[in-house]
Design a protein around this ligand. Sequence first.
Ligand code: FES
Length: 155
Amino acid sequence: CKKNTEMMAEPLDDWTLVCPLSDVTDTNRKRVKMDDRDIIIIKTNTNLYALDSFCYHAGGPLYIGDIEDFGGKTCIVCPWHKYKVAIDRGEMVYQSCDPHNPSKPVVWKSSGIKQRTHAVKVKDGNVYVRFTECTGKVPSDQYNNKEYRERLGLS
Ligand code: FES
């Protein structure tokens, strides 16, 4: 994947205006639609991120999860089963220990990219998103479309 925050100088041809930056206020996040895609914009002290709203694991409402740091990565924690997703690349992170060697320290590991992230940038006070350039399927693809929202009775 390309880095998800782009420089502002490039043209906006393949970018979609999703909302004014001033809308990203509710706990520093805003759920938006880009075509049929359901995307959450997250603002931290240093950056802006865009990733699929519904959790790759079982379609939970990842977009309302708490944001915390785990193993040096800023993650959003799914309220359904507490999976932790790094907001920059969409990796699922977890704690790993060696049951055969309890003295070995517990470490944080990544199980790879599970949640699709998207390129995001701000221009003239508006937030623009560009669909990620990751090739192939990402597990969160199955839950972030109109069909899934309709199944849940959401708009
Ligand atoms: Fe998100 Fe299970 S649905 S952790």
